[in-house]
Design a protein around this ligand. Structure first.
Ligand code: BMA
Length: 319
């Protein structure tokens, strides 16, 4: 396992989660066809890392691309999008693909993304080598976004977080959990969280959506998520954290009411969509965590923290 691309907290910084000094680590024009590269997911792979990247092209069409890195910071992203092979006759046709997440389950890399199939829904596929990618049946019906798999079965079932939505820029949204025995048929749907009342925590009062693949800690599943407020200038996306029960992960043990990371750096405030911090992945090494997030729908950034400090911080979050 390579070292994760973690940096220590900068001197004088009191934040629970802090930005990488190398941000943005992936720029908007880092492949020849791209208008922007953001909201992307990475996992440890061989002696380095692999990832699935959202690259919008210069027609601003959304698609997902594979990439490799030795250190998690410098990425070699394919110049052509992933071409999925159908698994068991599943349709590979889609109007668009965006916002991928990658979960390694029993050594196989499972990819979920927002799949344009008569509107947005949760696309599902897998790869063993990041060369050949298989597309399975869509996990859920339209309209739905932000599909995030747990990295192991729970009580013998695969588990998937998602956020039912509309066909547009959805002004609502709760996180739900679904289970499947086989990655094809999903059910036993459970509610996880709703947006908060404005008076309690305004940054997440419009909608919420799962971000990173959950991290198993001694106290339960730690998940980074995004929360949205509707401002007079449109949506603003910030990042929070959730602690879910290990065996019944629809049970919420802790939730952030302060945000962990809100748009404040220039690359989060300015871009194709201003004021967006959108977490999609996290790497851990012991207590260290490095979070990959899309900034302003334009570039990919990193933020770092310590799991023990994030859990202690969550303990202090009260309504
Ligand atoms: C959401 C998705 C995300 C995007 C966000 C902010 O609806 O499209 O990909 O980052 O809006 O524009």
């Amino acid at each position: 396992m390579p070292q994760i691309p973690w940096q220590p907290r900068p001197e004088g910084c009191k934040d629970i989660v802090w930005r990488d000094t190398r941000n943005p680590i992936i720029g908007r024009y880092d492949i020849p066809s791209s208008n922007s590269i953001f909201n992307s997911a990475v996992v440890p792979f061989k002696d380095g890392y692999a990832g699935v990247f959202r690259c919008d092209n210069r027609r601003v069409q959304m698609n997902i691309f594979a990439g490799f890195s030795k250190d998690g910071v410098k990425w070699d992203i394919a110049h052509e999008p992933i071409r999925f092979v159908s698994h068991d006759g599943a349709p590979t046709w889609s109007d668009y693909k965006y916002d991928p997440r990658v979960a390694c389950i029993d050594g196989r890399y499972w990819i979920t993304w927002c799949n344009g199939y008569h509107g947005p829904t949760i696309g599902l596929g897998y790869t063993d080598d990041f060369q050949t990618f298989y597309q399975c049946e869509n996990a859920l019906l339209p309209f739905c976004r932000n599909g995030v798999l747990f990295p192991q079965k729970i009580n013998g079932q695969y588990a998937l977080l998602s956020r039912p939505s509309d066909n547009g820029h959805t002004p609502f949204g709760d996180i739900f959990l679904s289970f499947s025995p086989d990655m094809e048929y999903w059910g036993h749907h459970r509610h996880v969280i709703s947006p908060t009342p404005f008076e309690i925590s305004a940054w997440q009062c419009t909608k919420v959506g799962a971000g990173s693949v959950p991290i198993l800690t001694e106290r339960g599943w730690l998940v980074f998520y995004h929360g949205v407020i509707t401002t007079c200038n449109g949506y603003r996306y910030a990042m929070g954290a959730l602690l879910l029960d290990r065996d019944e992960p629809w049970r919420v043990l802790r939730r952030s009411y302060d945000y962990l990371l809100g748009p404040a750096a220039p690359y989060e405030l300015m871009g194709d969509v201003q004021n967006v911090v959108f977490p999609c992945a996290a790497l851990t090494e012991g207590d260290k965590v490095s979070i990959y997030y899309g900034a302003a729908d334009t570039c990919v950034c990193l933020a770092h923290g310590r799991i023990s400090e994030i859990l202690a911080w969550l303990d202090g979050q009260e309504t």
